[in-house]
Design a protein around this ligand. Structure first.
Ligand code: B12
Length: 439
C-alpha cells in the first residue's frame, strides 16, 4: 500500500501565542487521499520537536512526503527535508501551499515536485497514479503532467502546468477535511487561555474578487466560489464532535456575498450547534438586517482590513473603501454587539509621516478590541510587488525567509523601522494593553 506523509512544518515559538489552529490544508489533502484509499499520515509539528518529527516520519516509512509551506516555514521545511531525505532517499518529495505556489522554481530546486494552488484533487490523482504504477521508475517514465493541474518540476522532466480553481460543484463533492489525529486537546487548552473559547478554522467560500494593491492570492485566486450549506453544516457538525465551540471562518472575504451570508446565518439559527463564530469582513455592502442576523446567529467578532486612516492612501491601496464607510461599519457592528479587530498597514510606498500618524489616530478613534499594524509586505503576484520589486534589499534567499511578525522593510523605505515599531507598540498598547504585552 502506498503511504503518503503530509507535514505541517511549524513549531510553536511562543511569538504568536494567540493564533494556533490545526492545519486545514493538510486535513483537506488527507481527506481526498483517503477517498482514494491511500494510507495517509498527517504530521502537525506545532507541539512536537524536530527530532521527534524525523523519528516518526522515518518509522512511518512513506513513499511520498508532502510539505505545506508558507513564508514562516521554509527553513523548518528544508531542515526536515534534508534529514528525511538522508534517511529515505527513495521517497518522492513534494512541496505545496502558498510559498511554493508563488516560487515554484525555487522550491523545485530542492523538491522533486511542486504543486501550485488548490492542489487537493490533482495531488491525490498523482499519488493514486503512483500507487497503480509498478515502480517509481515506471511512474516517472510514463508520467503525463497534463493530468496534474498546478504541477511544476525541474528535475523529473521540465513541466509547469497551469493551476485549476475548483468549481463550486467540485468543491461540494469533496469529502469534508479529515481532522482526525490532530492534538485537538492542546489546541483547545491554548485557545481557552486566550479567548475562553475553543476555536478552530473552516473555509466556506474560496477566492476573492477584490483587487487590493498589496494582496496576492496564491492559492484561491480571484473568482469567488461558495460551498453548499449542506456540505458546510456537515463539516460544522464534525467540528463540534471534536469539542470545539467556536469557529474562525478563514475565508478571504466571508461577507462578500450577502445572500449567502444571510442564508448561512439563518441556517445557523435553525441548526443550533452551540457554535459562536468570527470572520474577516469587508466594511461595505451590508445592511442593518445583516449585522443583526450575524449577531443573532453567533458572530461575536469580525476582523476588518481597515488598512489606513487616510482616504488617498486607501485609494492607492485600491481598497474600494474610505474612512466614512469604515466608521459606519464599525459603529454598526458595535451597535449589535459584535467586537471589531482591525488590520492596518503603515509605511506604504507613497505615504508620509503625516498619513501614518493619521492611521494611528484613526485606529485609536474606532473603539477596536484589537489592532494589528503591519509594514508593507510585497508578495509576488501583488501590484505592490510589481512597483517595489526593484527595491528588494538583497537577492531573496528562501532559506532565510523565516521570520514571524518581524517589523522589517523588505525594500528600501524612507521610514525608520525602529521609529515605526515604537509607534506601533504605543498605539497597540493604547488600544489593548493586555494584548500588546503578550505580543
Ligand atoms: C488560517 C490562516 C492562518 C492561521 C493558521 C494557519 C494554519 N494552521 O493552517 C494563523 C492565524 C496562525 C496564520 C498565521 C500566519 N499567516 Co496565515 N493564513 C491563514 C489563511 C487565512 C487560511 C489558511 C487555510 O486554512 N486555508 C485553507 C486550506 C484548505 O488551504 P491551504 O492551507 O492553502 O491548502 C491548500 C493548498 O495550499 C494546497 N496545499 C497545501 N499544502 C500542501 C502540501 C502539498 C504537498 C500539496 C501537494 C498541496 C498543498 O492544497 C490545499 C488544499 O487545496 C490563509 C489565507 C488563505 N486564503 O489561504 C493565510 C495565509 C496562509 N497566511 C499567511 C501569512 C503571511 C501568515 C503569517 C506569516 C502572518 C503574520 N504576519 O503573522 C502567520 C504565520 C504563522 C505561522 N504559524 O508561521 C499568508 C501566506 C503567504 C505566503 N506567501 O506564504 C496567507 C496566504 C495569507 C495572505 N494572502 O497573505 N495564518
Amino acid at each position: 500500500m502506498t503511504k503518503v506523509l503530509l507535514i505541517y512544518p511549524y513549531f510553536q515559538t511562543g511569538k504568536n501565542p494567540d493564533v494556533l489552529f490545526p492545519p486545514l490544508g493538510l486535513a483537506s489533502l488527507s481527506a481526498q487521499l483517503r477517498e482514494k484509499n491511500l494510507d495517509t499520515m498527517k504530521m502537525d509539528c506545532t507541539f512536537l520537536t524536530k527530532p521527534k518529527v524525523i523519528e516518526s516520519s522515518v518509522s512511518y516509512s512513506p513513499d511520498i512526503v508532502g510539505f505545506y509551506i508558507m513564508t514562516t516555514m521554509s527553513k523548518n521545511a528544508l531542515d526536515l527535508l534534508k534529514a528525511i531525505k538522508k534517511a529515505m532517499p527513495d521517497c518522492i518529495f513534494v512541496a505545496g501551499g502558498p510559498l511554493p505556489s508563488l516560487y515554484p522554481s525555487k522550491f523545485a530546486e530542492k523538491f522533486d515536485f511542486v504543486f501550485k494552488g488548490e492542489a487537493v484533487v490533482s495531488f491525490a490523482e498523482f499519488c493514486s497514479d503512483y500507487h497503480l504504477s509498478k515502480s517509481k521508475d515506471e511512474f516517472f517514465a510514463k508520467m503525463d503532467s497534463h493530468r496534474y493541474a498546478g504541477i511544476f518540476s525541474k528535475s523529473n522532466g521540465l513541466f509547469d502546468e497551469p493551476v485549476m480553481h475548483l468549481s463550486e460543484q467540485q468543491l461540494n463533492s469533496l469529502p469534508i477535511p479529515d481532522r482526525r489525529g490532530f492534538p485537538h486537546e492542546i489546541y483547545q487548552i491554548q485557545s481557552m487561555q486566550i479567548s475562553k473559547k475553543k476555536t478552530t478554522t473552516i473555509m466556506m467560500t474560496y477566492g476573492c474578487p477584490h483587487h487590493c494593491d498589496f494582496c496576492s492570492k496564491p492559492i484561491f485566486g480571484d473568482v469567488l466560489r461558495i460551498r453548499s450549506l449542506d456540505s458546510i453544516f456537515d463539516e460544522l457538525k464534525d467540528i463540534v464532535s471534536y469539542g470545539y465551540d467556536s469557529v474562525w471562518i478563514a475565508d478571504d472575504t466571508f461577507t462578500c456575498n450577502t445572500t449567502f451570508l444571510k442564508n448561512f446565518c439563518e441556517r445557523m439559527l435553525v441548526e443550533k450547534l452551540g457554535l459562536s463564530w468570527s470572520c474577516l469582513s469587508r466594511v461595505d455592502r451590508m445592511d442593518a438586517e445583516t449585522y443583526r442576523l450575524m449577531k443573532d446567529s453567533g458572530c461575536n467578532k469580525v476582523y476588518l482590513g481597515i488598512e489606513s486612516g487616510n482616504d488617498e492612501i486607501l485609494k492607492l491601496m485600491n481598497k474600494g473603501t474610505d474612512k466614512a464607510m469604515i466608521e459606519h461599519a464599525v459603529s454598526a457592528f458595535h451597535h449589535v454587539g459584535i467586537a471589531c479587530c482591525g488590520f492596518f498597514i503603515v509605511g506604504y510606498p507613497g505615504e508620509t509621516i503625516k498619513t501614518i500618524e493619521e492611521t494611528f489616530s484613526f485606529a485609536l478613534s474606532l473603539g477596536l478590541e484589537q489592532a494589528t499594524f503591519n509594514l508593507p509586505y510585497p508578495l509576488p503576484g501583488s501590484k505592490l510587488y510589481e512597483r517595489v520589486t526593484g527595491l528588494y534589499r538583497d537577492e531573496w534567499n528562501f532559506e532565510d525567509w523565516n521570520f514571524e511578525n518581524e517589523p522589517t522593510f523588505l525594500f528600501e523605505s524612507e521610514f525608520d523601522p525602529k521609529w515605526m515599531q515604537q509607534r506601533i507598540e504605543e498605539t497597540m498598547h493604547a488600544i489593548n494593553p493586555s494584548h500588546s504585552e503578550s505580543a
